[in-house]
Design a protein around this ligand. Structure first.
Ligand SMILES: [Zn+2]
Length: 276
């Protein structure tokens, strides 16, 4: 399953990692049960399936990949990024650069295989400095949630094989035509990548919206995975407003595959239209 689009000199292809099936309504915070059911169309207690998309960016012979997929530990319905890359003639071994939006399992555990080896053996791993400091450098605090402690350990493990090939970046251009934009809250260093070329733009927005059916209509709704929920909410509102005002094409890691679309203001929130 692929779908591609041109952004000036760039060509961006959505590549599926699969569908996560381990979430239910309990991950949503800030709206009541009835509204959660109404927005998702899924009865309480049932699974909320979630697409996991990665984006392959081709530019001047370079192969750049945004996010690394879920790997082999999150169930049989995800972890298909390597095989789906091979299916379009791009083996993981050929990827030159990895842009990681944030260090959460479904975006980064695919960095390594079952033996702990790098799945993308020649790729430079590009990560925001703030994200690297939070998950990889920071001493775990007694007040940290179990979720944060466990994830921190997992992220140190999966990024270790990339140690010598990791580039920590700050906001601004990180590759010709691609800029990092810190969009914090979901994780402290969650990063949007803005591609700009030939007057065209595409915003890879990671998990600005994790559950599209809920968080576009109700951007105030947060998730149990948000490390700093209030900040995640404020960032989502800011990015959605910018995307709507500027008619920016966005690419979402969990928007319905292939994940390209536009947002528009709607009463109380935003609406979403897949790109044509
Ligand atoms: Zn995610």
């Amino acid at each position: 399953m692929t779908a591609g689009r041109n952004v000036g000199e760039f060509h961006v292809t959505a590549v599926s990692d699969g569908v996560l099936v381990n979430s239910n309504h309990n991950i949503i915070q800030g709206i009541d049960k009835a509204e959660s059911e109404r927005l998702t169309g899924v009865p309480y207690g049932q699974t909320l399936p979630l697409d996991v998309n990665a984006f392959l960016i081709r530019h001047r012979g370079k192969l750049i990949l945004s996010d690394a997929g879920s790997g082999h530990t999150m169930g049989p319905t995800v972890g298909m990024l390597p095989q789906n890359l091979r299916a379009i003639g791009v083996p993981p071994e050929s990827i030159d650069i990895l842009l990681i939006t944030h260090l959460h399992s479904d975006h980064s555990l695919g960095l390594v295989d079952e033996a702990g080896r790098a799945v993308f053996p020649k790729a430079e791993l590009v990560l925001h400095q703030v994200e690297a400091e939070f998950w990889l450098d920071r001493v775990v605090q007694p007040g940290d949630s179990e979720r944060v402690q466990k994830n921190s350990a997992a992220q140190r493990r999966v990024t270790a094989p990339y140690g010598g090939r990791m580039r920590r970046v700050n906001d601004g251009e990180v590759l010709p035509g691609i800029a990092a934009r810190l969009a914090p809250g979901h994780t402290p260093g969650h990063t949007n990548w803005l591609i700009e070329s030939g007057g065209d733009r595409l915003l890879l927005w990671g998990d600005i919206v994790h559950l599209a059916s809920v968080q576009l209509a109700r951007p105030d709704a947060t998730l149990v995975f948000d490390v700093i929920p209030d900040m995640a909410r404020a960032t989502r509102q800011r990015v959605l407003e910018q995307a709507a005002a500027e008619r920016l094409c966005v690419a979402g890691a969990h928007l319905p595959f292939p994940g390209f679309g536009h947002v528009a203001r709607a009463p109380g929130g935003y609406s979403y239209a897949p790109a044509t």
